[in-house]
Design a protein around this ligand. Structure first.
Ligand code: GLC
Length: 752
């Protein structure tokens, strides 16, 4: 019987969609609303609350079966086996009273089986299509086993690389993260959510988690509302505008309020201001953790605070299903609140087409590691790599080089190369730099001498160093692969020291002493404090854990088949003591002049204020090791004829910026041109620079392209002294440049 009903619905919806997408979508939406109301009207309170309960898949189906049958489970996470998923769905659809399908969820963060660069690496590509394709491939692979909801994209702005989860976002910048995060939402959700290869996105962690004090995970944050609106919220707003259908609350208490109990963000901002129609899920036990925070007395109090603040679904503590019936009976939680939460959940399940077809077709051939997926992952890894140094054009390896020494603990580390948050990607499919270089070496008649030197990145033993330096002495060039094992970044993996672990630096020093051209490749989950290693190396390529195809990507870059184009999505500090350090900082009343007297230049018994009073460090100056937006190429680019369409504009105008970009070198290459502005004077102090546009431009040697940026003046709006989102008249600076620290300043004025 149920199947017939389902068939009928499918025919109706399918025919509607045939009459043009827009009309079909609107009609579909109204049909879904009707179906939601019809179903809601049949549900008991317990069944409604059951939809608000997400459980984690346990090993035994029989443990989960009875609760699903009773209608007490709305969603299951961490189940990725298609037969088990179908069996769980079958219980829900065929054995529960109303047959409401389950929503199967998984952390598919940067790939399901085919692993893409970690999101911080994708951020370095400054290419939204890389983000889109990575999410699209992840969705196709995950959906093929029955997963229809991912807890991604993670779009927390983070400016503290001590925080291990900086690996999961797209870096420090609000605009870059907004563009990349929106592309990921579109990639996960596809052209329409009801398509079998679409999965619901879940922008997280809402909000401010990346600002944990001290970079220590789960720590408190203090982000005043104005800063929240100007820096941390925009990526989430962009995700809503991209159609995100679920949101996840964050662990942190911001200004004393845990996000899972924060009405301001969950109701006022997310629902009333942004019109979000999806549903909100907590993070793992984060509603119950409000007790540990000292924000709730017990489960009952925590459940009441969470659901009344705007949480719709609770992850794994079972608190909702245990506490809400009594809270409703006591009137502490209204049934209207429950109904609204369940509407939001059912709406997404209808949008996903789960009522029409809750099962995954296990007869279809596997799509895992499909050639097209691997190619997309390789492209992403190529575009994500950042050339930080290239003295005397050490790279790309010249054809004269006949023997290379490939060394270091990350040269052939198939598991570590995948990076954090990889549950389903298999290291057996990883193509490492060693394997890829051996393959290219055969084609180029080049010899590869391989000596790891260290067993893993934390290895402190120097016992193998002699073998390494002997190999290096027999080579024409040395490529050392260092960095972080994947477990050293990600959740709950904060570091107080960002130097290379173990004896990696000593290994680089030993290699330097051989006098051979030394190329250092870093694979890590965050920026590391590698000033010493950069100074010792002739060339440095930085690759935030590049994923399954990292090896072929890096081999192509090292041998010149491809040219590096990545840019730093996060500032690289010289030392941890400089953190937090980011380009979009305020000017302060005493900005650094960069002519300050530093530690070793201070005269003995210097007078108290003789050094000048500006904002810098005696032992580190002011500048980072590498600024935001920085990255070299094998070629060079020249910016010229930068022209503004006007120098006086009104708030309704669009500023058009044109410039010529020329490839002035000998290699084909791609430049990420960046446009920054500065609001010189505001009703509150404004950042010295803000990224407002970027574009990847590919040029052959000698080629020039006229490039245009369109910037609506309305995009200069910010949350001002009155907490209003406005564009304030006044003078603005503008830069079109290769990174946040370069370029000539132009000016324009916004007039009333
Ligand atoms: C974790 C993470 C969150 C993840 C969730 C489910 O603790 O904070 O990002 O999606 O639990 O695994």
């Amino acid at each position: 019987m149920r199947q017939l009903k389902l068939m009928a619905t499918t025919l109706v919806l399918a025919s509607l969609l045939s009459c043009g997408k827009k009309a079909g979508e609107q009609t579909r939406d109204s049909i879904i609303e009707t179906k939601v109301e019809q179903l809601l009207s049949k549900m008991t309170l317990e069944e409604k609350i059951g939809q608000m309960n997400q459980i984690s898949s346990s090993i035994k189906l029989e443990e989960m079966g009875p609760a699903i049958k009773r209608g007490e489970v709305g969603s299951i996470l961490n189940e990725a086996e298609p037969q088990r998923i179908n069996a769980l769905q079958n219980i829900a659809v065929e054995e529960s009273r109303l047959g409401i399908p389950l929503l199967i969820a998984r952390d598919v963060i940067h790939g399901f089986k085919t692993i893409f660069p970690i999101p911080l690496g994708q951020g370095a590509s400054f290419d939204p299509d890389v983000a889109y394709q990575g999410a699209r491939v992840a969705a196709v692979e995950a959906a093929s086993v029955g997963i229809r909801w991912t807890f991604a994209p993670m779009i927390d702005i983070a400016r503290d690389p001590r925080w291990g989860r900086i690996s999961e976002g797209c870096g420090e910048d609000s605009y870059l993260t907004s563009v990349m995060g929106a592309a990921m939402v579109r990639g996960f959700q596809g052209d329409s959510l009801h398509l079998a290869s679409s999965i619901a996105a879940c922008p997280k962690h809402f909000v401010g988690y990346g600002a944990v004090e001290g970079g220590r995970d789960y720590n408190s944050t203090y982000i005043p509302e104005r800063l929240m609106r100007n820096v941390y919220l925009p990526p989430f707003k962009a995700a809503v505008e991209a159609g995100a259908t679920t949101f996840m609350t964050s662990f942190n208490d911001n200004n004393g309020i845990p996000s899972s109990g924060n009405q301001l963000i969950l109701k006022k901002i997310l629902r009333e201001e942004w019109g979000f129609k999806g549903f909100v899920v907590t993070d793992w036990g984060s509603a119950q953790e409000m007790i540990t925070h000292g924000f709730a007395v017990n489960d009952k109090d925590a459940a009441e605070k969470a659901v009344n603040a705007g949480v719709d679904m609770e992850m794994v503590s079972h608190m909702f299903v245990e506490q809400l019936p009594q809270l409703v009976k006591e009137g502490a939680v209204s049934e209207t609140t429950i109904d609204n939460a369940v509407r939001n959940i059912l709406r997404v399940k209808f949008q996903l087409g789960l009522f029409e077809n809750p099962y995954v077709d296990t007869t279809k051939p596997s799509v895992m590691y499909d050639e097209a997926h691997l190619l997309a992952a390789k492209r992403a890894a190529i575009e994500s790599a950042i050339l930080l140094k290239n003295k005397n054009n050490t790279l790309p390896l010249s054809n004269k080089i006949k023997t290379i020494a490939v060394v270091g603990p990350m040269a052939d580390a198939p598991y570590e190369q995948l990076g954090t948050w990889v549950f389903d990607g298999e290291k057996s499919h990883t193509q490492t730099p060693l394997a890829a270089l051996k393959k290219i070496a055969k084609e180029r008649n080049m010899r590869v001498l391989y000596e790891p030197g260290l067993a893993y990145t934390r290895d402190k033993s120097t016992q193998q160093f002699r073998k390494v330096t002997n190999a290096a002495k027999r080579a024409d060039a040395v490529i050392v692969f260092v960095g972080e094992e994947s477990i050293l970044s990600g959740e709950a993996h904060s570091l107080a020291n960002l130097d290379l672990q173990g004896a990696q630096t000593a290994l680089i020093e030993a290699l330097k002493r051989t006098g051979k051209p030394l190329i250092t490749v870093v694979m890590a989950g965050r920026p590391l404090t590698i000033e010493k290693e950069v100074n010792l190396s002739d060339a440095v390529l930085y690759s935030f854990h590049p994923g399954t195809m990292g090896g072929p990507a890096l081999a192509d870059l090292l041998t010149g088949v491809a040219t590096p184009s990545g840019k730093t999505p996060i500032t690289f500090p010289k030392m941890v003591g400089q953190i937090p350090m980011y380009y979009s900082h305020k000017n302060t009343g005493r900005p650094a002049t960069r002519n300050e007297t530093l530690l070793d230049q201070i005269p003995v018994a210097a007078g108290q204020t003789s050094l000048g009073c500006t904002s810098f460090y005696l032992d580190a100056g002011f500048d980072p090791l590498f600024p935001f937006g920085y990255g070299l190429s094998y070629t060079t680019f020249a910016y010229s004829n930068i022209l503004l369409s006007a120098t006086k504009l009104q708030k309704k105008d669009v500023l058009t910026v044109t410039f010529d970009l020329k490839n002035t070198g000998d290699y084909k290459g791609t430049e990420v041109a960046q446009l920054y502005i500065q609001d010189k004077v505001g009703s509150v102090t404004r950042p010295v620079k803000e990224l407002k546009r970027f574009k990847r431009i590919h040029l052959l040697p000698g080629q020039t392209e006229k490039v245009t940026f369109e910037l609506p003046i309305s995009e200069l709006a910010f949350c001002n002294i009155d907490m209003k989102e406005v564009v304030e008249a006044g003078q603005f600076g503008l830069w079109v440049a290769t990174d946040s620290n370069s370029g000539k300043e132009l000016s324009f004025e916004v007039v009333r």
